[in-house]
Design a binder for this molecule. Structure first.
Ligand code: KG4
Ligand code: ZN
Length: 332
């Protein structure tokens, strides 16, 4: 069963063809970061306009890469929520138009659930149930996952998302946008112990994340010591210290949630899961503790449409179709 996935929830226009929810035949991602870089973050109206320009060539690119035509498709899947409304509308309009004219079923997909489904696009997918840590630009959520859409929230961030913290700290350090990859590059040459940065906890809520205190600590450090920005080694140390604090916060709660749920399978996904320091920390602990870790490759962690097609396949198999009145929603 061939599904065309379409993703336009933020600043990536993406389309992919996936067979049986498992095999990626093509995955095309048109990033817009150079367009938003001068503003230091995503400008929703500009994102929507660029999606409109990109959507048809990106879909055509995905079909070409998969060496199929529209008539070979068995169904379509599109991100329906959460995301920027103007951006979501472009993908939805394209998906509905194709679904209607081809007479093929359409599935409306939840973006965070789709991130989790990226784990099924690898050679060794997890068995249900498992715990999933979704770390993206807008969310830091821990779920118990009993089925493709049966997810119970175990913990979330009470303030900034992990990716948002990376982006904000990058901005404070004049690294530009997107922040995550730039901090990671700088941190490679830094000493994570050079700066003692906090790992904020929420009293009585061990699975709740909090990143705004960490961001504030970096901001205060830079205010007190503006010379850090002019010192190449100090910049690397600060980036490494910040990254280590985020990694500690994420991993400690992930392990705790596994203990709490009596589960030994962990999926980690979303844009921040592309971070190599986080990946290494997870792999090392999982190995020593005998846990099963499922980490999709970086290209399937950041926004893409293959994950949308993977979840869409399961929804369509379960008879969950979206009709032409289906809307988009900014919230999850
Ligand atoms: O999942 P994603 O691509 O889009 C959303 O759904 O938000 O996640 C984007 C987030 C951004 O905040 C970005 O800075 C972060 O993921 N990110 C990273 C890395 N690559 C992307 N953060 C840390 N290290 C990375 N290598
Ligand atoms: Zn995402």
């Amino acid at each position: 069963m061939l599904i065309l996935g379409i993703e336009t929830s933020c600043d990536e226009t993406a389309a992919a063809v996936v067979a049986d929810g498992r095999t990626v035949l093509s995955s095309v991602v048109a990033t817009q970061f150079e367009l938003h870089a001068q503003y230091g973050g995503v400008v929703p109206e500009i994102a929507a306009r660029r999606h409109l320009e990109n959507i048809l060539p990106v879909i055509q690119g995905a079909l070409d890469q998969a060496k199929i035509t529209l008539s070979d498709l068995d169904g379509l899947a599109v991100t329906q929520r959460p995301g920027l409304i103007g951006a979501l509308i472009i993908g939805m309009a394209a998906a509905k138009a194709l679904s209607y004219t081809l007479g093929k079923p359409l599935a409306g997909v939840h973006h965070l659930q789709a991130h989790i489904m990226a784990a099924f696009l690898t050679d060794s997918p997890p068995e249900f149930p498992f715990v999933a840590l979704v770390v993206s630009g807008g969310h830091t959520n821990l779920y118990r996952v009993a089925g493709a859409t049966e997810m119970t929230l175990l913990g979330r961030s009470r303030d900034d998302a992990a990716g948002e913290a990376f982006d904000k700290v990058a901005k404070l350090m004049d690294l530009g946008y997107p922040g995550g990859v730039r901090i990671e590059a700088l941190a490679q040459d830094g000493n994570p112990a050079a700066y003692n940065l906090p790992r904020p906890r929420v009293h009585g809520e061990p699975l709740t994340f909090s990143f705004s205190g960490l961001k504030t600590a970096v901001a205060q450090r830079l205010k007190q010591h503006p010379e850090i920005l002019a010192d190449a080694a100090a910049r690397c140390d600060l980036a490494a210290g910040f990254q280590a604090a985020v990694v500690d916060s994420l991993t400690s709660r992930a392990w705790l949630s596994l203990t709490q749920e009596g589960c030994s399978r962990l999926v980690v996904c979303g844009g921040v899961a592309a971070n190599n320091r986080l990946r290494r920390a997870l792999q090392e602990h999982a190995l020593s503790a005998g846990l099963e870790l499922f980490l999709p490759p970086p290209a399937l962690c950041t926004d893409n449409a293959a994950m949308v097609a993977a979840l869409g396949y399961r929804l369509l198999m379960a008879g969950q179709r979206l009709d032409l009145t289906g809307d988009v929603f900014s919230r999850g």
